[in-house]
Ligand binder design. Sequence first.
Ligand SMILES: [Mg+2]
Length: 447
Amino acid sequence: MAQGDRVILHCDANGFYASVECLDNPALGQAPMAVAGDPEGRHGVILAKNELAKGYGVKTAETVWQARRKCPQLVLVPPRHSRYREISRLVNKIYLQYTSQVEPFGIDESFLDVTGSLALFGLDGEALAHRIRLQVKEQIGITISVGVSFNKVFAKLGSDMKKPDAVTVISRENYRDKVWPLPVSALLFVGGATRQALERHGVNTIGDLAGVDREEAAGWLGKSGEMLWHYARGLDEEPVKEYVQAEPVKSVGNGMTFRRDLLTEEEIRGGVRALTDEVAFRLRRYGLKCRTVQVHIKDPALKTISRQTTLARPTRLQRELYRAAMELIHAHWRPGAPIRALTVTGAGVIPDQEVYEQLSLLDDGQEARRRQERLEEAVYQLRLKHGPGVIAMGLPPDQTLGIKPPSPQSGGATPAPGEEKKGPAPEGGGDGPGVDQEGNGSGPEGE
Ligand SMILES: [Mg+2]
């Protein structure tokens, strides 16, 4: 590394969920195995696999059905998220022996800024990376891949280049050779839509992107184009944050004080629709479902009532949150009494993948529910890509009440008491507008 450069490590646990399962049950390590969201159903998705399964071509994010076609003897186990969080904490504890700047990026990855630690340990970045890699293997029993570089973006690329159990250095001397030939989609935050947009302009590799004018990139993709251009040229200067214990989210709430009091049924519906829209958006973003819905209602004299109801099934569907909230209001609020402020909270949250939907032929609601799930997922994806205003569920927001559509930054509304401060995992870092999100935290893990 050049004088004055930072030394950043990106440490990425290999096949994390599967590694933890094999750690706790070594017999699993002898066979091709994978962790799958719903091992019994053919539509369950592979969340992680071990090296043996990888040898059969089993891939993360494909369906159980696709994986079984390639590897009929594949052993599947359901995820145990609380156990993964526990191991994740232990791994981060090791990282913290080397620097206080440890920034988890999803459950199985962390950035470390070790610039100030090298002299202390008498090692260069690469040697320190090997030391940490070995310590995690010895003390925890899982392997990690480490990228070493002078910025976060390249460190992350490095950890992907050689795995499992390996270290890759991307330096000022070699990044043109190592990074620039990679497809542009390898770059942080370049998802499908961004990749297609870049490819339309003849940008296929990271080097192609680095080779265009900054104004050109900005012209194609706005601010995020400019950011990606900086990334491609090795100009990312994002600091690694100090470690903060990621508190698990206990509830997801959204409240607002309206510009004028809500009086009519129609106005209340509009308010509740907007509030639950945002709650549903955030539940989805965190990969959570809630078991109860709470409503806090404040009248113009600031008198507040709080009521809650337990749902028949955990949900993240806006439609179901909305219905539950409206039922609470109808049951506990006198029609026509003015409402100054309203908060809707989804509480008793559990990770989405721990919810097993019981298939039942007798349940007519199943298919409608699945359709609604597909619809809301599509809306969610659109909003991530094109911003909050792209589509509104139900009626357009009422300007006179000051209601806004949900935003990826979760702005606008005041959090409810006990509301989440941070996601269960850092979510893709600086999610710029129009930039696709990485599948961190809630989705299937990377390798
Ligand atoms: Mg990983």
